[in-house]
Design a protein. Structure first.
Length: 560
């Protein structure tokens, strides 16, 4: 605990944040797999099977969408798993959850150093209960890991800015920021790290620190560290692609997304004005209370807040005009916005919520807890419910200790916000893990998982008029997709004598498919609300009255 106290005013803060984070782990297996998650998991599995850690592949095709660090991190988690030899869903998601914890702890530490212990804790709690972090932290995609490295980059450079020039601490923090930028680039690309650097430079050059730029950023040593991390993989990838004759000029790795032309309708949508407000919900509701006070008092902006404003505005404006209208690009700014709101609380004199309001909040919290418990019971997750209840009680005990000791002089509103945000994190974690809206996605995933268990390594699986989606992850082999009878007939003629061929088809297409190919139905997944989404797994037995094509080439559709 002594080492923890070096980073936080109170060890209770660290324990509280970690305890609340552990509660979010309940969704690591229960949340249904999303298509883009399967890209990460299946690509990591193919890397593990082939031993090729340089060129990412999905469905036996080069996947030139993202750099490989998120795949490597998933494989690292898989390597330390003593039970499972294959890549599991939670292997990819634990990377994102650990990255989310990193963001929370960095926000708490930075907030405490800049604005005090209450602001640091509140900023971290604000971040934990935001809809953006709760949604993405249970996803195996690289977005949260990318945001975590970008957060480390920005906060490390802020530490270098605050440190004494030419001190060992300043040099260490500057190089740490460059290392974080390199790791972020290896995770998803240089876009956000470059924008953060540009925003920081704009702040330094426009203010009194223009003469300190070289001391703060250490560009020579920093560039060396950045290149040392990024260039080896990039050079090896170029050699591998040249050997295979693969042209990646139009891939995301070549920066194709940056060539997007923005239309007036997109500009007028004000995506980066409302997007952060939505991703910060329910914390952004505090703006209703804060905004009138800030307009009336017009407090002098602290230099650290001004720095964060420069970085935020630079990113929001640039991403608006380069057409990157995606919610996950807001994630790196959520720690910054959490610090803004936590620091702004000092400028208001709100006496707190009255007894009637407290009773209403307690009733709402109790109702939310009952609903979350009900979802867990319906899902028969009794063990998770017991663990969730035990951790909730432990969190309540830690909160009581913290609020009765270090927060004695804090306002009633500050204490109430600590309690409210802790409860929102707890309920948000439970709801996201077992929300009822994922019933069909869960059934569809189970159907495809069963298909993977049924099909052996010698069998072949195809899709007829439906997306390959997550199938390569579950069946551990490449999956061909067809929409044309002739192409599928050619494929069957080439493979059926050597490999049993199975097909996944929409239930609405079963009748017409059976008219072309004799088959046996093995599994079904029925969507009662949207029948067109229902699926069937069949074993193709023969071709009905259609001679094999003379053209042996089949069309393989790889999902975008």
């Amino acid at each position: 605990m002594k080492r923890i106290s070096c980073f936080f005013h109170s060890s209770h803060v660290f324990v509280l944040l970690v305890a609340l984070w552990v509660l979010t782990l309940v969704g690591i297996q229960s949340i249904p797999l999303e298509t883009h998650e399967a890209f990460v998991l299946a690509t990591a599995q193919e890397m593990k099977t082939s031993g090729d850690w340089i060129l990412p592949r999905f469905n036996n095709e080069p996947r030139l969408k993202k750099p490989p660090l998120n795949y490597w991190a998933t494989l690292l988690v898989s390597a330390v798993d003593p039970v499972n030899s294959d890549v599991q869903i939670y292997h990819g998601r634990i990377v994102s959850l650990l990255a989310a914890l990193m963001m929370v702890l960095l926000t708490a530490k930075t907030g405490e150093k800049l604005y005090g212990k209450e602001a640091g804790l509140l900023a971290a709690l604000f971040l934990m209960c935001t809809s953006g972090l709760l949604n993405y932290s249970h996803n195996a995609k690289p977005d949260v890991l990318y945001a975590a490295f970008c957060t480390l980059q920005l906060f490390a450079w802020m530490d270098a800015w605050k440190a004494e020039d030419a001190s060992p601490r300043q040099k260490r923090d500057a190089l740490l920021g460059w290392a974080a930028a390199g790791l972020a680039t290896l995770t998803k690309g240089p876009q956000v790290p470059a924008v953060f650097l540009l925003g920081l430079l704009a702040f330094l050059v426009a203010g009194q620190d223009r003469r300190r730029v070289l001391n703060i950023l250490r560009p020579l040593g920093g560039t060396f560290v950045f290149c040392l991390l990024v260039l080896p993989w990039w050079i090896l990838l170029q050699h591998r692609l040249q050997a295979l004759g693969v042209d990646f000029a139009d891939s995301q790795l070549s920066g194709s997304l940056l060539r997007t032309i923005v239309g007036w309708k997109e500009l007028l949508s004000l995506f980066y004005l409302w997007g952060p407000v939505v991703e910060m919900l329910p914390v952004s509701l505090l703006l209703v209370i804060l905004t009138p006070h800030l307009i009336k008092k017009r407090p002098v902006m602290q230099p650290s807040i001004k720095l964060l404003v420069y970085v935020s505005i630079t990113m929001l404006v640039l991403f608006t005009f380069v057409g990157q209208y995606r919610k996950h690009y807001i994630l790196p700014l959520l720690p910054v916005f959490s610090l803004f709101i936590a620091d702004s609380l000092q400028f208001i004199r709100f006496r707190g919520i009255n007894k009637h309001g407290i009773c209403c909040l307690c009733a709402a919290g109790f109702a939310g807890a009952v609903i979350c418990a009900g979802f867990m019971i319906l899902d028969k997750a009794y063990g998770v419910l017991l663990l969730f209840s035990a951790l909730s009680l432990a969190t309540a005990f830690i909160l009581k200790q913290e609020l009765s000791s270090d927060f004695r002089e804090s306002s009633a509103f500050t204490k109430q916000l600590v309690l409210i945000t802790s409860a929102l994190t707890l309920l948000g974690a439970g709801y996201h893990a077992y929300q009822p809206g994922t019933k069909w996605r869960t059934a569809e995933q189970e159907f495809k998982k069963q298909a993977g268990e049924l099909i052996s390594s010698n069998d072949r699986l195809v899709c007829w008029k439906t997306s390959v989606n997550v199938l390569p992850y579950f069946v551990k082999q490449s999956v061909c997709a067809f929409t044309d009878q002739e192409n599928l007939t050619s494929y069957l003629a080439d493979n059926q004598n050597r490999h049993p061929v199975f097909a996944i088809i929409p239930a609405t297409e079963l009748s017409s498919f059976s008219g072309l190919f004799e088959n046996q139905i093995l599994r079904t997944a029925t969507n009662k609300k949207e029948k067109k989404k229902s699926l069937c797994l069949v074993k193709i037995q023969d071709i009905r009255g259609y001679p094999p094509s003379k053209n042996p080439n089949q069309r393989v559709l790889v999902p975008k």
